[in-house]
Design a binder for this molecule. Structure first.
Ligand code: C2O
Ligand code: CU
Ligand code: CU
Length: 494
């Protein structure tokens, strides 16, 4: 639905939207992705840490997927979905080496799945489109955490309705801890703060709306939410704050930086710590990517975390497909006196380079809604890989607009972008990479250690409209690296 700037202003007057000049209100008919100015000041809500119980050595979390109402615009409750609440979900947290089980009760009136994005786990527990949980029933994926400390996330993956369910609010973080972690800010909600950033396409009634066919990127929002709130502000009481940023948008690229262009440190990528902090003034995230950043603050200052116009390569004109725009995301308000924070360590972890000698090579071409000229077929096995094998995948984008590429069940290393070394902030473990128009990326990974001839893992574009429209393929992991080219009926159920 299209909304004029005037209608939008009327709709959002209650939240203190600042009016542009009268003449611009009268003369411009705003594109729906135009973000109106929002007054900042609402407290950034911190998703609660999920409670868990330990049952026979397994840490068990209980989640209910449920419908609800959420007010992006005060007084205008929007239909929403959440885990254990009406919007977003609690933060799951477990240690490397722990056995975990997630008991999900589906209290929605439709089927769903629960996928653990970035997790190394068996395909049958991965919560992809084959692991459907009917309305009213439950699922209990379980596995042993076997990867470094990281900021991962969980969300539904029902084929064809992922965008709607994720965007209505079924999104939460999954933090992995590891003993021996370097000295970084780590007090949850105080100096170690999760920030789930989403652009929301709100109509004049404050309802979430979708736009799968409006432009090639699908839904681009007109408002920016941090942990579900527009105009969010975080009071900071320490000299350094660590922000765990997740781009949980449907199709929007964010290019995060501070309003005064100060340098900050990227300390982690999707799958864990970088080898060393990477000093930058911008970190760009496509949908589903994460970055952990550490920002230094001065007593009493206010500084805006902003998304600057993203770098979208040869996208033409540069303001197409969500380019060319700045958005304010989260204001950081430093207290008049700040508790000292320890200096950042100069090295964070060791990231062993993957030895790609003799690796199995595959190629994936992204075009339109296709990967290698196919759209998703739930019965077709696109690739069969050998358990724990080292592989190198080429990923090419031959479209005129951006895609990204996500592989389930693994963390990979980005070897190069058009033959050049990736920027420092992308040299750690990744599970999702942006693939700009005409770009060719090369990624290396060790395939999952869990052989299973019936349950495939997915790889796909994480622009959710593209994913729902079939920009996805399936790979099986077997002992030998050979296997069926289609799934049996047995494999179709879980
Ligand atoms: Cu974030 Cu296939 O998922
Ligand atoms: Cu995933
Ligand atoms: Cu795409």
């Amino acid at each position: 639905m299209l909304l004029s700037r005037r209608q939008f202003l009327r709709a959002t007057a209650a939240v203190g939207v600042l009016a542009p000049t009268l003449s611009s209100a009268l003369t411009s008919c705003a594109a729906p992705e135009d973000v109106p100015k929002v007054q900042f000041g609402a407290a950034l809500p911190i998703p609660p840490l999920a409670e868990s119980t330990v049952q026979g050595g397994t840490r068990v979390f209980a989640l209910n997927a449920q419908g609800g109402k959420h007010e992006f615009v005060p007084g205008k409750p929007a239909d929403s979905m959440g885990y254990n609440g009406s919007y977003l979900g609690p933060t799951l947290r477990a240690r490397r080496g722990e056995k975990v089980r997630i008991d999900l009760r589906n209290q929605l009136s439709e089927e769903t799945t629960i996928h653990f994005h970035g997790m190394r786990l068996p395909a049958a527990d991965d919560g992809g489109p084959h692991q459907m949980i009917d309305a009213g029933s439950s699922g209990s994926p379980a596995w042993t955490i076997d990867q470094p400390a990281a900021t991962l996330w969980y969300h539904p993956h029902p084929h064809g309705s992922t965008e709607r369910q994720v965007s209505l609010g079924l999104t939460g973080l999954f933090l992995i801890d590891e003993p021996g972690a370097p000295q970084l800010p780590h007090t949850y909600g105080v100096d170690d703060v999760p920030v789930i950033v989403q652009d929301r396409r709100l109509d004049s009634n404050g309802q979430l709306t979708f736009d799968s066919s409006g432009n090639s990127l699908g839904t681009l929002g007109n408002s920016i939410a941090a942990n579900g709130v527009l105009g969010a502000t975080l009071k900071v009481s320490t000299e350094r704050v660590r922000l765990r940023l997740l781009n949980a948008s449907d199709g929007r690229w964010f290019n995060f930086g501070l309003a005064d262009h100060r340098t900050f440190q990227v300390v982690a990528s999707d799958g864990g710590l970088l080898a060393a902090p990477a000093p930058v003034t911008r970190v760009q995230l496509s949908p589903a990517e994460r970055a952990e950043i550490v920002v230094d603050l001065k007593p009493g200052e206010q500084i805006m975390l902003r998304s600057f116009a993203p770098e979208l390569g040869s996208v033409n004109p540069p303001d197409a497909f969500g380019g060319g725009k700045d958005f304010d995301v989260l204001r950081l308000d430093a207290s008049a006196s700040l508790t000292p924070s320890p200096a950042l360590p100069s090295s964070l972890t060791t990231i062993p380079a993957i030895d790609v000698d003799g690796a199995h090579i595959r190629s994936f071409t992204l075009n339109g809604r296709n990967i290698n000229n196919h759209t998703m077929d739930m019965n077709r096995v696109d690739e069969v890989v050998a358990k724990s094998a080292t592989e190198v995948w080429y990923v090419d984008n031959t479209s005129a607009y951006q895609h990204n590429f996500h592989v389930h069940g693994v963390q990979f290393q980005l070897l190069d972008i058009n033959g050049a070394q990736p920027p420092a902030a992308m040299r750690g473990w990744k599970d999702t990479i942006p693939v700009l128009p005409r770009d060719r990326m090369r990624i290396a990974m060790q395939m999952p250690a869990y052989a299973d001839e019936q349950h495939p893992y997915m790889y796909h574009c994480h622009v959710l409209t593209h994913e729902d429209q079939g920009m996805m393929g399936q790979y099986l992991v077997t002992e030998s690296g050979t296997g069926p080219s289609s799934l049996t009926m047995e494999g179709m159920q879980h």
